[in-house]
Design a protein around this ligand. Structure first.
Ligand code: NAD
Length: 346
């Protein structure tokens, strides 16, 4: 973990617009001089002898070597028997915390003005544990699994993140009035971890509060500045993180990190955008900002800061924007403008 030692990253370009936005991101990282080397792997699923879908061994081997991934979107085929490859990756590499900074970009007008909210979502259990069955015809049960270890580790990550990133407030989100045992356990775990970090948080002026999901929804669409860092179980996190992406003007701008016990994968929040794939129309910003998160994760903040400033300069000052942001620039034209700005900021 050092600011200038070269790091190898597993690159999964993905499907649809994935390859074109990945190429754009690599070009910008190169222009910034970031000491990164990429191992490109294909995540096209394999089917094992039992007919079970999985990801190629090459991806597993590469991730086990590098511990760091940058991933484009993957297509999830609709139909019985297909599992989401994203889910497989999450389980395989124990990616327990999904972090999404939803920060309005200067120069992109939104209804809400300045928004800066981080959602931290428990990524491995809750309502997404996949334990569902039919009791009798017309009656199904789905288990919401909440455990002490998973709740504690995501809470611990949240407090460490808030301290490292000098945030202002943490809100632990729940619905314990209805989900007494499951959300009760989750919130008790967060509270226990809070006690461990309490003195440091107070010293750094970081507040801690707990709030029901329903109240957070009501307040966040009224005034997002009431929130700063949100930590919550899986399903609430899924919904809140998309809500927050909406507050900053959509999917083309939102990065994310899946933090694991032994490594991390960074990816754009959006999907494969099949209707614009291969047409040089995609906006690579979300994947680029995911790479910026990756750079900060490995203590290469100087490169991260420069790229972030270049994005703002390109969009706000030069007004070079892709079509989703109301501009006319092709992906390649926007990338060239970014490269010019990254180089001039060196
Ligand atoms: P999508 O995010 O691909 O597209 C939603 C809308 O946003 C479309 O109009 C699209 O053109 C636009 N858009 C998305 N990203 C953009 C970008 N970078 N630049 C410009 N416009 C952009 O969502 P969808 O259509 O619901 O899903 C398509 C496929 O992607 C599905 O197979 C789905 O399973 C998959 N998906 C994958 C991931 C992932 O791998 N993390 C996430 C979401 C969806």
């Amino acid at each position: 973990k050092s600011g200038s030692t070269e790091r190898t990253i597993t690159l999964m370009p993905g499907d649809g617009i994935g390859p074109e936005i990945s190429a754009a991101v690599l070009a910008v990282l190169k222009a910034a001089g970031a000491p990164l080397k990429f191992e490109t792997v294909d995540v096209t699923p394999t089917i094992d002898k039992d007919g079970k879908q999985s990801i190629p061994q090459e991806v597993v081997d590469s991730m086990q070597r590098t511990k760091l991934g940058l991933k484009g979107p993957l297509m999830t085929p609709v139909g019985k028997g297909f599992r989401s490859l994203n889910l497989i990756l999450r389980v395989l590499f124990n990616l327990y915390a999904n972090v999404r900074p939803c920060r309005s970009l200067e120069g992109v007008e939104t209804v809400y003005g300045k928004v800066d909210v981080i959602t931290i979502r428990e990524n491995t259990e809750g309502e997404y544990s996949g334990i569902e069955h039919q009791l009798v015809h017309g009656v199904v049960q789905s288990i919401k699994l909440i455990t002490r270890p998973a709740s504690t580790r995501v809470a611990d990550y949240c407090f460490r993140y808030a301290l490292a990133m000098k945030r202002k407030k943490i809100t632990a989100v729940h619905k314990r009035s209805s989900m007494r045992m499951s959300d009760g356990l989750f919130i008790n775990c967060v509270r226990e971890v809070y006690e461990k970090y309490k003195d440091q948080l107070i010293k750094h002026g970081i507040e801690y509060e707990e709030a029901p999901i329903s109240k957070v929804c009501l307040k966040i669409v009224d005034d997002p500045t009431q929130f700063d860092v949100l930590v919550m179980p899986n399903l609430y996190g899924d919904i809140m993180s998309d809500t927050c992406a909406g507050l900053i003007g959509g999917l083309g701008l939102t990065p994310s990190g899946n933090i694991g016990l032994n490594g991390a994968i960074f990816e754009a929040v959006h999907g494969t955008a099949p209707t614009i794939a291969g047409k040089d129309l995609a906006n690579p910003t979300a994947l680029l900002l995911s790479a910026v998160m990756l750079l900060r994760y490995i203590d290469m903040s100087n490169y991260a800061d420069r790229i972030e400033r270049a994005v703002i300069k390109t969009i706000k000052d030069d007004k070079v924007r892709t079509i989703d942001l109301g501009g006319k620039a092709k992906c390649s034209e926007y990338t060239q403008a970014l490269i010019k700005n990254v180089e001039s900021l060196k």
